[in-house]
Design a protein around this ligand. Structure first.
Ligand code: SF4
Ligand code: SF4
Length: 440
């Protein structure tokens, strides 16, 4: 897709009211809200305070989301929200992992949102590791105006204590080396953000006994690079993390620290430590109806605007889902019964590409299923899953009656947890008639 704005005049910064961002302007808090689109599930680092496994609507902290959406699903969700509310001024991407560990989905989401909502404020929050100059350049072209980098130290030894590991491309760094690579990338990211004319916020997590004495140095360093505002966020000790036993910084520590950092940087003092799917005014809890809405959008086709009337199923006899992706030699193709929308009919059988050929096999399969919104199988490896998802075909792993899977996909009904399956490794768990060499 072109990164050229569809109407350059309409999305000039003059026409986007940057003052309405409730995080950057406390005055806007009571009038305007933001929506986070949870399109970025993976992370390229492990912070010692982060646990993204916990999913609960009552839990409000970064990394938590009730679901993950594809870019197309995220746009459909946003469109439905905008029909209901007129106070949403900002669309942000803040996880539940890191936006640039999921760069394709992040950039595609911004392109779709900018095209549909030319006057929307766009913002994102990242650890900075995967942010390249090319991405920053395209973000600027898309008029993404606010970028937050979470930076917990400028001393590699101190920063290294905050990260269990950091993965830059294929290389894993730990300890001081992780601190070094993170600092290098984060400082460079701030320079690019300012060079391309965006507002730079620096988030720093106050970790008592680790970096609290050091954050003043962070403030000084980022202020010299032109960063605009700093957000010192108190650690939220979270279960099953390395920092779960550390104390939460009290009001006295927070106040003293913001005073010290305030010598160099404007301080944000009203951060609500939001979920990756936060919506509405800051601190507004997620309501049950929004929760249902986002869940139903997660069950839309990956590209909701494409016409894909069918679903492919790996089955031996046409009643049960009972084959792994790699062992199926053909797929049953189902659609909605034109005479009764609640029923499904098998319209044809399509041959699977011959085994072997690695990625080519899955590209060929995706090509032969261009009219299918999903494929239902007992299990599938990560390579075919990626290849199919990239082409807009959702991979559903389950067992049981085919009708249950079709109702889930066509009518958005939740799949019973007892029927859900997840691929663990080739040859493990439920039996596969393949040769155990993977879905190659
Ligand atoms: Fe969690 Fe964000 Fe740290 Fe990744 S960068 S480990 S999502 S807090
Ligand atoms: Fe704003 Fe803080 Fe919430 Fe981010 S976490 S959206 S900065 S209030």
């Amino acid at each position: 897709m072109s990164t050229e704005p569809n109407n350059a005049e309409e999305i000039s910064p003059d026409n986007i009211n940057l003052e309405n961002h409730p995080c950057f302007n406390k005055e806007a808090c009571s009038t305007y809200g933001r929506i986070h689109l949870p399109v970025a599930p993976k992370c390229n680092i492990q912070c010692n305070y982060c646990n993204r496994d916990f999913d609960c609507v009552n839990e409000s902290r970064p990394g938590v989301t009730s679901t993950v959406l594809s870019p197309g699903q995220a746009l459909a969700y946003l469109e439905k929200i905008m029909e209901k509310r007129d106070d949403i001024a900002v669309v942000g991407i803040a996880g539940p992992g890191d936006p640039f560990a999921n760069a394709e989905a992040t950039m595609e989401t911004f392109r779709l949102v900018r095209e549909a909502f030319p006057k929307m404020i766009l913002c994102l929050s990242t650890n900075g590791l995967g942010l390249t100059e090319d991405y920053v350049k395209e973000l600027a072209e898309l008029k993404v105006s606010h970028v937050t980098i979470t930076m917990n130290g400028t001393d590699p030894e101190i920063a290294g204590k905050v990260y269990a590991w950091a993965r830059d491309n294929t290389r894993i760094y730990r300890g001081t080396q992780a601190g070094e690579i993170m600092i290098e990338k984060q400082l460079q990211a701030i320079k690019w953000i300012k060079q391309y004319g965006m507002i730079a916020k620096v988030n720093s997590i106050i970790v008592p006994g680790i970096n609290d004495e050091h954050l003043k140095v962070v403030a000084k360093t980022v202020s010299e690079l032109g960063a605009d505002i700093m957000n010192c966020i108190p650690l939220l000790p979270t279960k099953d993390t390395a920092f779960e036993h550390l104390p939460e910084p009290d009001a006295k520590m927070r106040f003293a620290l913001r005073l010290k950092c305030g010598e160099y940087m404007n301080q944000m003092t009203h951060c609500a430590r939001c979920r990756a799917d936060a919506i509405g005014k800051l601190s507004e809890p997620m309501s049950e109806d929004i929760h249902e809405l986002i869940q139903s959008c997660s069950r839309l086709p990956i590209n909701p605007k494409q016409n894909r009337p069918y679903v492919a199923v790996a089955t031996r006899e046409g009643m049960l889902v009972n084959q792994h992706l790699g062992e199926a030699r053909e797929f049953a193709i189902f659609g909605i019964d034109p005479e009764d929308e609640e029923e499904f009919v098998q319209v044809e059988t399509r041959p699977a590409p011959e085994p072997g050929g690695r990625e080519n096999r899955w590209e060929a399969l995706a090509g032969s299923l261009k009219d299918c919104r999903a494929i239902i199988v007992n299990a599938a490896g990560s390579t075919p899953k990626q290849a199919l998802t990239k082409e807009g075909i959702q991979v559903v792993e389950m067992e049981g009656m085919i009708d249950m899977g079709l109702t889930h996909i066509f009518h958005g009904q939740e799949l019973p947890p007892t029927l859900k399956r997840q691929f663990k490794s080739c040859g493990a768990g439920v039996s596969c008639g393949g040769d155990g060499t993977g879905c190659g």
